[in-house]
Write a protein that binds this ligand. Structure first.
Ligand SMILES: C[S@@+](CC[C@H](N)C(=O)[O-])C[C@H]1O[C@@H](n2cnc3c(N)ncnc32)[C@H](O)[C@@H]1O
Length: 235
């Protein structure tokens, strides 16, 4: 059905009506500007002292994305990958996406890593088998306990704090086979769902800016919790 702008404007009037004239470059009233910038944002920063505003991420250059394939969603990335490979999912929660990886990519081996395996076992979507192994523990430590160059694909979706993503990424770079992919979920600077910054963009962009990694895949997500996959730049 075609998009009807007039109908949409009426139905969403409460969201789309401007609250005031454009001031300070924003369509907000002076009161809103004061409340947000002078009261709520400093208060939020103070309360979330563990999540200070993060520095700006490094920019990509054209060469970093020239071989990037763009996908509608993360399941399309899975459909594009080779079957029968060795996987790790770092942060698996209830195993919903692990189930999809297993069904779509038919791994020869998949390690599911999480600080707590209770949700995974309770949901029962995935069970330990000859090809599926559960690992309880810190994500980076669990990855580091595996042999170097073990994995074809590593999917990182555990803690999204900068320090944790950086540790997971560093461990993953050691455990990935040459030619493998590290796929990062939630490639976004700030989670509107949790109202806190994510470290994923900073870590991914730093890896790419180092010149060792290029962007292989990018997948959209309706709320822009996108996926991005990196591979080593060939020698
Ligand atoms: C967003 S959920 C994973 C969702 C799953 N990848 C999916 O798409 O269905 C994040 C998971 O990471 C786990 N986690 C968070 N911090 C962790 C850490 N430091 N080490 C291991 N697991 C961690 C949480 O317990 C949680 O189950």
């Amino acid at each position: 059905m075609a998009f009807d702008l007039a109908k949409y404007k009426i139905e969403t009037r409460q969201y789309s009506v401007r609250t005031g004239p454009i001031r300070f470059g924003l369509a907000v009233s002076g009161l809103e500007y004061f409340l947000w910038h002078r009261v709520l944002r400093p208060l939020w920063s103070h309360c979330y002292w563990r999540h200070p505003r993060l520095p700006a991420a490094q920019s990509f250059q054209p060469k970093h994305v020239e071989n990037c394939r763009v996908f509608a969603d993360r399941w399309e990335i899975l459909r594009s990958l080779s079957k029968g490979k060795i996987w790790a999912e770092v942060g698996t929660y209830e195993g919903a996406f692990a189930r999809d990886i297993i069904d779509i990519c038919e791994p020869s081996q998949i390690d599911l890593i999480d600080i707590s395996l209770d949700p995974l076992k309770k949901r029962g979507l995935v069970h330990e088998t000859g090809t599926v192994a559960f690992h309880a523990g810190d994500s980076a430590d669990s990855l580091l306990a595996q042999p170097d160059n073990k994995y074809d694909y590593i999917y990182i979706d555990a803690s999204h704090d900068l320090i944790d993503v950086a540790r997971d990424a560093e461990a993953a770079t050691r455990k990935l086979k040459p030619g493998g992919l590290i796929i990062f979920n939630d490639y976004t600077c700030f989670s509107l769902g949790e109202m806190r910054p994510y470290g994923v963009v900073l870590v991914v962009n730093s890896l790419v800016a180092s010149g060792t990694w290029e962007v292989a895949c990018f997948a959209f997500q309706p709320n822009m919790y996108c996926d991005i996959a990196l591979r080593r730049v060939p020698d």
